[in-house]
Design a protein around this ligand. Structure first.
Ligand code: SF4
Ligand code: SF4
Length: 417
């Protein structure tokens, strides 16, 4: 790990607050990850990324920015990263998963907003996240009301743009979405390099390969007995938004190669799928509680999870229009709870619970995430019709409710064992 203080100073980081953030995460990471025995050797790469999370990767972004390339921060899996890559840019996820910056955000945003939004805005306002500091621009979307208003606030502090995501999936909605994807493509051409069919195909291939590697890892996690802890699986998914895509794909495949040969962990039981709101790094609380209680998380139906890697772009088209449409179609399949109706998500949750061999589902919504809370009833009913019990929890990033959650999770596990 290098000494990054000079780089952080150059990025305008509040060094003291930033150090407090790093100091608070170190012991947690040690306890949840490094201190566990029997982890695959290939997890060493991902540990090294986390160990230097504000260093090595940020220095790559600084280099890209200094070279005149766009460094684009995205807040949602609707922003097509293929188009950032085609324009020669770098894409990085900047959803907030930490509690520390939230009070700063509450100075400018209502308290009754989900922690993901407040954490992200707080990171920018407190100058404690080098990723935010290096961005040339940010892109958000109109998926939930909290985000829409947060973007207006954030745009006072950084160059910020918004993609309009329709809330239904009709033909007309798709036309609007295709228009938005083309507008984004045009913008990326203006801030990056002009691109055509060949750059688009290359970028589609890179991102498809990343998603395929994650699909492969997901299938390995469904094995019985399990070969990877849920915490490690979640960590890999969280890092998919930070790392260089080609390097990341290689490392995920390396991990899968090792897991193919693994004989399996002592059979922890039961197997749990977590569904619902995203869990950005370092929001490990839910997995830590479930696995601390003796179960194992085998799958995440989440944007930090299957909603991110499940669908691929059809890269066979031979014109720019065909490829842009294929990109728009792929992103339009995302089953975010912002859509109404959203039968597809209910079907996918059931399908993924069955595929992963889950004995139960923990439905996790972040506090004040109305759209995921709003879908609880339908999802729970559909799962229970297939004999899969569901525990519904709503939580944030603070440790305050951990004991209460632990009691509820333990009771649920006892019930389904
Ligand atoms: S839950 Fe919806 S709004 Fe949130 S990151 Fe996922 S797709 Fe975007
Ligand atoms: S977690 Fe829910 S409330 Fe928060 S940004 Fe995502 S969709 Fe919106």
């Amino acid at each position: 790990m290098g000494d990054w203080n000079a780089m952080w100073s150059g990025l305008g980081i509040d060094l003291e607050a930033h150090q407090q953030l790093l100091d608070s995460l170190g012991p947690v990471y040690q306890e949840l990850f490094l201190g566990r025995e029997g982890r695959p050797e290939a997890m060493g790469y991902f540990d090294s990324v986390v160990g230097d999370i504000h260093g090595g990767r940020v220095s790559e972004l600084v280099k890209a920015k200094d070279g005149g390339w766009p460094v684009v921060g995205i807040f949602c899996i609707f922003v097509p990263e293929e188009l950032v890559l085609a324009a020669g840019g770098v894409c990085v996820g900047v959803c907030g998963g930490a509690q520390m910056p939230i009070p700063k955000a509450e100075e400018v945003l209502p308290r009754a907003l989900c922690p993901l939004i407040k954490s992200a805005v707080g990171f920018k306002l407190s100058a404690t996240c080098p990723y935010f500091q290096v961005l040339t621009e940010g892109w958000g979307e109109t998926t939930c009301d909290g985000k829409k208003k947060a973007w207006e606030t954030l745009s006072e502090f950084m160059p910020f743009h918004v993609l309009e995501v329709p809330q239904r999936k009709t033909k007309e909605d798709f036309s609007l979405w295709l228009h938005e994807v083309k507008r984004f493509a045009q913008h990326m051409r203006e801030v990056g390099q002009p691109f055509g069919v060949s750059e688009l195909k290359d970028a589609i291939k890179v991102v498809n390969e990343k998603r395929m590697a994650m699909q492969r890892l997901a299938r390995l996690r469904w094995k019985n007995p399990v070969v990877l802890s849920g915490l490690d699986g979640l960590l890999v998914e969280q890092l998919s938004f930070f790392d260089d895509p080609e390097r990341f794909t290689k490392q995920v495949n390396r991990l899968s190669d090792e897991l193919e040969e693994a004989s399996g962990l002592n059979p922890p039981s039961p197997r749990i799928m977590v569904a619902g709101s995203p869990m950005p790094i370092p929001h490990w609380k839910v997995h830590a509680i479930i696995e601390g209680a003796g179960a194992v998380v085998v799958h995440e139906e989440s944007c930090i999870g299957s909603r991110y890697y499940r669908d691929l772009v059809d890269g066979e088209g031979e014109s720019e229009d065909a490829l842009l449409e294929a990109i728009a179609r792929r992103y339009f399949k995302i089953t975010c709870a912002c859509f109404t109706p959203n039968h597809e998500r209910v079907e996918r949750v059931v399908e993924e619970a069955l595929q992963s061999g889950a004995n139960g589902v923990v439905y996790h919504s972040l506090s004040f995430c109305q759209i995921y809370e709003g879908e609880v009833r339908k999802v729970k009913r559909a799962l229970e019709e297939r004999g899969i019990p569901t525990l519904v929890i709503s939580t944030d990033y603070s440790p305050e409710d951990a004991e209460q959650l632990r009691t509820r999770v333990e009771a649920f596990l006892e019930e389904i064992s």
